[in-house]
Design a protein around this ligand. Structure first.
Ligand SMILES: Cc1cc2nc3c(=O)[nH]c(=O)nc-3n(C[C@H](O)[C@H](O)[C@H](O)COP(=O)(O)OP(=O)(O)OC[C@H]3O[C@@H](n4cnc5c(N)ncnc54)[C@H](O)[C@@H]3O)c2cc1C
Ligand SMILES: NC(=O)c1ccc[n+]([C@@H]2O[C@H](COP(=O)([O-])OP(=O)(O)OC[C@H]3O[C@@H](n4cnc5c(N)ncnc54)[C@H](O)[C@@H]3O)[C@@H](O)[C@H]2O)c1
Length: 479
C-alpha cells in the first residue's frame, strides 16, 4: 500500500543541483523530500568532475619535473615508469570515497530531508511517485542531469566502448585509447591517459575545444601534441569495427577527404550529453521539453508553474557551479517567493588540462558578433610573467575583451593555474567593476596573478604614456 508524504519542496535527482537545493531548503526549515535512484552525488562525484580531476592530478605527478629535464627546450613528454595505473585508479576512488559522506543519505537526513532512494516519475501535475511513496508537494525541482550522447556510427554498438560512466573503472592502463570527441572531457582524459602511459588518439569532427576562443585553445592543443597525443581534427568517423580480443578499428575520413583506419585497444566516446528524462512521465505533469532538455523561463520555471528545472537536464550550461547557481535562484523563487531570475552572464568555466583554459563572459568572437569592431581586445603573454618563467610554465596568454562602453565583456586565460587566475575577474564581473579595479591592487612579486594587473593596466597604458601626458609631465618639471 503506497504511503503519501506531503512536502513544501520535492527534488528529483541527488546530484550537484538537487543536493544544493535540498541542503538549502532543509536548513531553511522547509519540509523537503529528495529522491535519488542511483548514487548520491550524481555525475560530478561519481563519474564526472571529481574522478576526472583526481585522475588528472595523479597523471600530473607522473610528469612532475619534466620541464626541468633539459635546460633548453622544456621536455613535456611523460617520464618513463610513470605512476602505476592501478595506483591512479585507487587514488580516484579514494577521493570519491572521501567526498561521498558530504553527499550521503545520512548527511541529508541529518539536515532534515526525507530521502527516498528510488526512480521518480510524475503521476499528475502535483504528485510524484517513487517506489511505494507518493509525494504531494507545493513545489517540485527536476534536477535529473544528463548522460553521454552516443552518436549513430555504424558498428559502434556492436561491441564495448567506454563513456565517462565506465572510464574510471579501468584498473589497467589502456594500450592505445582512441577518444571520440575533442571537447573538455576528450582533452582532459586524453592528457591524463597519455601521462599515465597510454598511446592516445583524439578524433574530433570540428576543431578541438571548439566552444572556446581558438587563440586560447591553441596552447592546450599544442601541449597535448607535444606530449604525444595524436589529435585529428575535422574528421568524419564512418565506422567502428570491434575485434574479438576487445580491440577497435575506427574507419574515418580525414580533413583532406582521405579514408584512414586507426586501431586501438579502447574507445572512449565523449561526444556531448543528452538530458536524462527517461521514465519521468513529464507529460503527466504538463512539463514541456524537447531533445535539448526541459524548457524553462528566466526564473527556471517549467510550463507547469509549480515545477522548476535546473542543471544539465535543461540542456543549458552544463557545469556543477551553474547547477548550484540555478539551485540558488530556485530557492529564492520557491521558498522566498521572490521573482529571482537567472541573469548571470559570466558563465565561468575551466578545462583542467595543463595548461588550463579558463573563460568568463564573452569570447572575442562572441563579443564581435554582438558589438562588431567596437570592442577592444588586450593580451598579456604568460612568457612575460617572471613567476611563470621561473617555473618553466611560460606557455599561454591572458586576454581581455572590453565592450564599446569600456566594460569587461569577457576574460580568457590559457596557462598554469588559469582557473585560479580567473577569480579576480569574476569578482569584477559580479560587482560590475571595470578593469581599473585590478590596476590599483599591489600584486605580490613574483606571482602568476601579476598577469591580471598587467592585463588590466594595458587598458590605460596608451592614455598614460600618450604625447599629452608626456607634455604635461615635462611642463610640471619646470616648477
Ligand atoms: C567527465 C566529466 C567531467 C566533468 N567535469 C566538470 C568540472 O570539472 N567542472 C564542472 O563544473 N562540471 C564538470 N562536469 C559537468 C558536471 O558533472 C555536471 O554539469 C553536473 O553534475 C550537473 O549536475 P546536475 O545536478 O544537473 O546532474 P547530476 O549531477 O548528473 O545529477 C542528476 C541525478 O539525478 C538522478 N536521477 C535521474 N533521473 C532520476 C529519476 N527519474 N529519479 C530519481 N533520480 C534520478 C541521477 O541518478 C543523478 O544522480 C563534468 C562532467 C563529466 C561527464
Ligand atoms: N572542466 C570542466 O568543467 C568539464 C570537463 C568535462 C565536461 N564538462 C561538461 O560536460 C559537457 C560534456 O563534455 P563533452 O566533452 O562530452 O561534450 P562537448 O559537447 O563539449 O564536446 C563534444 C565534442 O565532440 C565532438 N563530436 C561530436 N560528435 C562527434 C563525432 N561523431 N565524431 C567526432 N567528434 C564528435 C564535437 O564536435 C565536440 O567538440 C561539457 O560541455 C561541459 O559542460 C565540463
Amino acid at each position: 500500500m503506497a504511503q503519501t508524504i506531503k512536502a513544501d519542496l520535492c527534488i528529483i535527482g541527488g546530484g550537484s543541483g538537487g543536493l544544493y537545493v535540498a541542503a538549502g531548503a532543509a536548513q531553511l526549515g522547509a519540509r523537503t523530500v529528495l529522491i535519488e535512484r542511483d548514487a548520491m552525488g550524481g555525475d560530478c562525484l561519481n563519474h564526472g568532475c571529481i574522478p576526472s580531476k583526481a585522475l588528472l592530478a595523479a597523471a600530473k605527478s607522473a610528469t612532475a619535473g619534466a620541464a626541468f629535464a633539459d635546460a633548453g627546450a622544456p621536455d613535456t613528454a611523460p617520464r618513463p615508469a610513470p605512476l602505476p595505473f592501478a595506483r591512479a585508479h585507487a587514488h580516484v576512488h579514494e577521493v570519491i570515497a572521501s567526498i561521498a559522506p558530504h553527499d550521503s543519505v545520512e548527511r541529508f537526513e541529518g539536515l532534515g530531508c526525507t530521502v527516498i532512494q528510488a526512480h521518480a516519475r510524475f503521476a499528475d501535475p502535483r504528485t510524484v511517485v517513487a517506489g511505494d511513496t507518493r509525494v504531494r508537494a507545493r513545489r517540485f525541482v527536476v534536477a535529473t542531469g544528463s548522460r553521454p550522447a552516443v552518436p549513430a556510427i555504424p558498428g559502434l554498438d556492436d561491441g564495448p566502448y567506454l563513456t565517462n560512466e565506465t572510464l574510471f573503472d579501468l584498473t589497467a592502463c589502456p594500450e592505445h585509447l582512441i577518444v571520440l570527441g575533442g571537447g573538455p572531457i576528450g582533452v582532459e582524459m586524453a592528457q591524463a591517459h597519455r601521462r599515465l602511459g597510454a598511446r592516445v588518439t583524439v578524433l574530433e569532427a570540428d576543431r578541438a575545444l571548439n566552444r572556446e576562443d581558438p587563440e586560447l585553445a591553441q596552447p592546450v592543443v599544442d601541449r597535448l601534441r607535444a606530449e604525444g597525443v595524436a589529435i585529428h581534427e575535422r574528421v568524419r568517423v564512418d565506422r567502428v569495427d570491434h575485434d574479438r580480443a576487445g580491440g577497435v578499428r575506427v574507419v574515418l575520413t580525414d580533413a583532406d577527404g582521405r579514408s584512414r583506419t586507426i586501431d586501438g585497444s579502447h574507445l572512449l566516446v565523449a561526444t556531448g550529453r543528452r538530458p536524462t528524462l527517461d521514465g519521468l512521465d513529464l507529460e503527466a505533469a504538463g512539463i514541456d521539453h524537447g531533445a535539448e532538455g526541459i524548457r524553462v523561463d528566466a526564473r527556471l520555471r517549467t510550463s507547469n508553474r509549480r515545477v522548476f528545472a535546473i542543471g544539465d537536464c535543461t540542456g543549458g550550461r552544463q557545469f556543477t557551479h551553474m547547477a548550484g547557481y540555478e539551485g540558488g535562484i530556485v530557492i529564492r523563487n520557491a521558498l522566498f517567493r521572490l521573482p529571482a531570475k537567472a541573469t548571470d552572464r559570466s558563465h565561468p568555466r575551466v578545462t583542467y588540462t595543463e595548461p588550463e583554459l579558463a573563460q568568463a563572459g564573452l569570447t572575442e568572437a562572441e563579443a564581435r558578433r554582438l558589438h562588431g569592431d567596437r570592442i577592444r581586445v588586450f593580451r598579456a603573454a604568460m612568457a612575460d610573467n617572471d613567476r611563470a618563467r621561473a617555473e618553466r610554465q611560460g606557455e599561454g596568454l591572458a586576454k581581455l575583451v572590453l565592450d564599446p562602453h569600456g566594460r569587461i565583456a569577457g576574460v580568457g586565460i590559457a596557462g598554469a593555474h588559469a582557473g585560479e587566475l580567473l577569480q579576480p575577474w569574476l569578482v569584477a564581473l559580479s560587482a560590475r567593476l571595470g578593469p581599473k579595479a585590478l590596476t590599483g591592487m599591489i600584486a605580490p612579486y613574483p606571482t602568476l596573478g601579476e598577469i591580471n594587473k598587467r592585463l588590466a593596466g594595458l587598458v590605460y597604458a596608451d592614455r598614460l604614456f600618450s604625447a599629452k601626458t608626456r607634455a604635461l609631465v615635462r611642463l610640471l618639471q619646470k616648477f
